[in-house]
Design a binder for this molecule. Sequence first.
Ligand SMILES: [Zn+2]
Length: 173
Amino acid sequence: MDTVKKYELCEEYIRYGARVTTAKLVSAITNTKAVMMYRSIHGTGSETGRDPQKWANYLSKPYVYGPMQKFLLCYWKLAGEAMLDDLDHEVVLSAYKMYAGIYLNDEQKIGLTVAWSAARAIAQKEPGADLKFCPDCGRVYMHGKRALKVCPLCLKAKEAFKNAKNGLSAGAL
Ligand SMILES: [Zn+2]
C-alpha cells in the first residue's frame, strides 16, 4: 500500500469511529501521526481501553449480539468465503459503511473498532469467533458460549412470532 493510500485508509477508519489503535493497525502509519489525525478530525483524544479478548463472553452480551449479527451479514456479503481466511481492512471498512447505512436508525450499534476486531478474530480463527451458517436464512453468524441452532436474527423473529401467537390466544379467552 502506498503512503497516500495508507493515510486515506487511516483517516476513513477514524472518521467512521475507529479508535487510534485500530486505525493505526489497519493502515500501518505511525502512532504519532494517527494520534494527530484523530485530534484534527474529532477535536479530542481517542478513547482508550482494550478490545475484547474473549469473543465467546463478549458476544453473549445482548447489546452486542444483535448488532454484531447485522454487521456480519454485510461483511459476509462483501467478503464471502474470504472472511474466513483473509483480513482485508478495506473490505471491513466497506462492510461497516454498509452496516451503518442500513441500520442507521437502530439504537444499538457496534463501533468500527469492534467490527474490525470481530473480523480479525474470524480471520485468525480465535476461540469464540466460530462461524456457523443459519439453516433458516442461510446467512453466516458468529456464535459464542451459547451454540445457537439458528442465527440471532431468526431466533428473535421466532420469539416474536411465538409471543404474537400467545398474545392472540390469550386475547381470545
Ligand atoms: Zn437466520
